[in-house]
Design a protein around this ligand. Structure first.
Ligand SMILES: [Mg+2]
Length: 493
């Protein structure tokens, strides 16, 4: 029987965004979509009638973390854990099983097979020119932007074209938004929007987590490895955690360029203010240091010196299943814990508590993040296969939690059941497994789209959603959610 306890680790590291920091995903995703499509229309001459159509609840529902894009064909795919392509959209049009098989014989695709075999190969290799899995809430809006761009191209050409170039344009737009220099230069709109109204996009970090990190640092080496440049990390962490956020970690690595950080040998760079300065050799790294770029091998060597152990036991907690989980666990020897807000949003066995961004995170159209409905002609019988994301969680992490708050509430030596490749009857979802029956109900909507009355449609208008968001941000309700959410019920182990 596999178990896990935090007290077994000498060094405990964290990702920042969507791990320690909570975003208002609803506001963020909508803003990202607007910025992304404005670029496509103004710089790449896409038709605003397609790209800038007002976002309806149906459009929000279409966007989902974890979808796979086939650039050349203009398709959006939802594969299962074995790489079988179960659902496909060409642009915004859903394809039948027969159509899927005519494009992808036996519902398989070479590039996707390469990804399933080793996601790292597709991160940088030739297949990265063919496909991309949308791994987080920064690129999730690209699914809808890509679909609409493909619709626009088809409309202009009077039908499908041989090869779609839309992804190159979307990539250019994403780079314009997220390229690190844009923060300092106040360009690209994304950072400008965040700076001008942080409370709209960021949620305050729970004091419970901050206090836990302080306590943890007294007995363990704690570290932060984030992809954000120091100026942006300082802005978000100061706003959400507090002015002294740096004091919570023994070592901070910014602009780490994960997942390459865990496998490569890029040198560490010193920071002068927010600017990268001279190279820092591995043996010059110090406890209390803040660096840019770098690599895991030299960081681990520093941890060896601090702990006096040749092989310190290291744990990393993060939300991105490739950067924070598959690569560190599969290629660098760390143990990992997944932080998955989707567990909270979709619901778990015996636990259904509202997530303020559930409407944005859930997708009735594509179904659960954790499972995929098998696409066959077996009318009425619903069979499900795990999603590839569940596979990564269950094979490359010890534990999967909806929030760090859940483990911060427990003593460090609490024993959790953990994932075990050799014993699938056990699992490391804590406090409980994702709720498959709830997912089934959602997926039934995929088969027979619910006919909404005009009144229901009106109730789900954007205005209403904005109002609900505002309500969720209300201090009193936030307090209530923070105190009550995801308390371990008596029925759960
Ligand atoms: Mg993250």
């Amino acid at each position: 029987m596999s178990t896990f306890k935090l007290s077994d680790y000498d060094c405990i590291g964290f990702d920042l965004d969507h791990t320690l920091l909570w975003y208002n995903v609803t506001n963020m995703v909508e803003m990202e979509y607007q910025v992304l499509t404005k670029y496509l229309v103004t710089k790449k001459n896409y038709n605003p009638d397609f790209l800038q159509k007002p976002l309806t609840p149906k459009d929000i529902d279409f966007m989902q973390k974890g979808l796979v894009l086939d650039f050349d064909r203009g398709n959006i795919l939802k594969p299962d854990s074995k790489g079988v392509i179960q659902h496909v959209n060409h642009g915004s049009t859903s394809l039948s099983l027969a159509q899927i098989n005519s494009i992808y014989p036996n519902q398989r695709w070479e590039s996707l097979d390469a990804f399933i075999n080793n996601p790292l190969d597709v991160w940088e290799g030739p297949h990265s020119k063919k496909m991309r899995a949308l791994m987080d809430y920064y690129d999730m809006p690209a699914s809808l932007a890509f679909a609409r761009a493909v619709d626009d191209i088809d409309s202009r050409n009077g039908g499908e074209v041989e090869k779609y170039e839309a992804w190159n344009d979307v990539t250019e737009a994403l780079t314009n938004m997220y390229e690190r220099g844009q923060f300092k230069k106040n360009l690209g709109e994304y950072f400008v929007n965040l700076k001008s109204n942080p409370d709209k996009y960021l949620r305050k970090c729970s004091q419970e987590i901050v206090s836990w990190l302080k306590e943890l640092k007294k007995t363990r080496v704690t570290f932060l490895v984030t992809g954000s440049n120091l100026d942006f990390a300082d802005f978000t962490a100061t706003h959400t955690i507090g002015e002294d956020w740096r004091s919570l970690f023994d070592v901070i690595v910014c602009f780490a360029k994960k997942p390459g950080f865990f496998t490569g040998s890029r040198p560490f760079l010193a920071l002068e203010g927010y600017e990268e300065a001279q190279e820092v050799k591995g043996d010059e790294l110090i406890r209390g240091g803040i660096y840019s770029q770098g690599n895991w091998k030299e960081l681990k060597s520093l941890f060896g010196k601090i702990t006096g152990k040749s092989e310190p036991k290291c744990l990393y907690l993060g939300d991105n299943l490739i950067q924070d989980v598959f690569v560190p666990a599969g290629h660098a020897g760390l143990d990992t814990v997944v932080v998955s807000e989707e567990m909270h949003a979709e619901g778990m066995d015996h636990i259904t508590l509202p997530h303020p961004d559930a409407e944005t995170m859930l997708s009735n159209y594509w179904g659960s993040y954790f499972s995929v409905k098998i696409n066959n002609d077996n009318n009425g019988v619903k069979n499900f296969e795990k999603s590839y994301w569940s596979f990564l969680i269950e094979n490359y992490s010890k534990l999967c939690i909806p929030s760090i708050k859940l483990i911060a509430r427990n003593p460090l030596d609490k024993i959790y059941d953990s994932f075990d490749k050799n014993d699938l009857t056990r699992h490391g979802y804590y406090p409980a497994k994702p709720n498959v029956p709830a997912i089934s109900r959602q997926l039934s909507l995929l088969r027979e789209p619910k006919q909404q009355s005009l009144n229901e449609q009106r109730q789900r208008t954007f205005k209403m959603k904005k109002m609900l968001d505002k309500q969720a941000e209300d201090n009193e309700l936030r307090e209530q959610i923070q105190n009550r959410d995801l308390a371990v019920p008596s029925t759960s182990k």
